[in-house]
Design a protein around this ligand. Sequence first.
Ligand code: FNR
Length: 363
Amino acid sequence: MEEITNVMEYEEIARRKLPKMVFDYYASGAEDQWTLKENRYAFSRILFRPRILIDVSKIDTTTSVLGFKISMPIMIAPTAMQKMAHPEGEYATARAASAAGTIMTLSSWATSSVEEVASTGPGIRFFQLYMCKDRNVVAQLVRRAERAGFKAIALTVDTPRLGRREADIKNRFTLPPFLTLKNFEGLDLGKMDKADDSGLASYVAGQIDRTLSWKDVKWLQTITSLPILVKGVLTAEDARLAIQNGAAGIIVSNHGARQLDYVPATIMALEEVVKAAQGRVPVFLDGGVRRGTDVFKALALGASGIFIGRPVVFSLAAEGEAGIRKVLQMLRDEFELTMALNGCRSLREITRNHIVTDWDLPR
Ligand code: FNR
């Protein structure tokens, strides 16, 4: 096989390897998929203003997130049901993240439990939470994550209902019967029934609490001492509310363009949120990050780090743990090179002046 030289190449390999229902679930966005394209395209409207003749013989990509030291500002976003991609699923992701010295976020809808992921060995891990209607289930799950050594809760706030993903409707998407949503094993939330449309959409309609509001963010703080990241913020207004309601950090995310179509690319929403946060909490970004240059651009606009979603499931499908390791390595190498060519030796040296966006320019 020809050598893989960038993260995006894994998508085509995954397409060839996976059943259509699975690939489409991983790849799709909502409705017209305008935001899906925009998440990528918006990065191309940001250009560099590199500084020259700076000694870049030593580059330090390390950073710290919520007090945890990691090798680079590139982390793994929660993506559901990874055993559909590869039999090792979330185990492979956990090991690859740990080997790269970075953070993995485990989805509530993982096909491996919090305990199983913890059993893969040491590593810094966050747990992504979907708020179920039954708060006892939520409280139990959060306690299990805490006991299993997870370091933060990423509360997903953009999914009171599932976005309309038409491929999943056409394919009658459902979790294959040999897999379970392991965090809910034994409860009637562990299996996904086949539905007339998307099995996941029906699952969400049945199990996920549409009443979720800021008071629940407060409630969550009464049941756990873990820091809470609010995942799915796209406006300054909500950034301020998140901080007022006790968030330890904000993730600017449009759920990989799978929820509301025609929201802006996350990289375009980032700066507004960063300004509203005023440095009180760290702001992270996910959505469309495929290159080290994208990582640099996000940091220049004020992000403390980024998360990747699809590159993980596609590389997992293609090559298992080795694939994810390669993705993390390629992004890290590209990011380091981007830093060097911009004249930045540490993350602290990356500034807003290193980029110009087309929305900065006079119209
Ligand atoms: C997701 N995402 C997601 N988010 C979440 O909070 N809980 C979840 O279970 C999932 N599951 C999931 C599955 C798949 C297949 C995808 C593609 C995405 C959203 C995810 O955390 C992240 O926001 C996006 O994936 C980031 O965009 P990119 O990197 O995929 O472009």
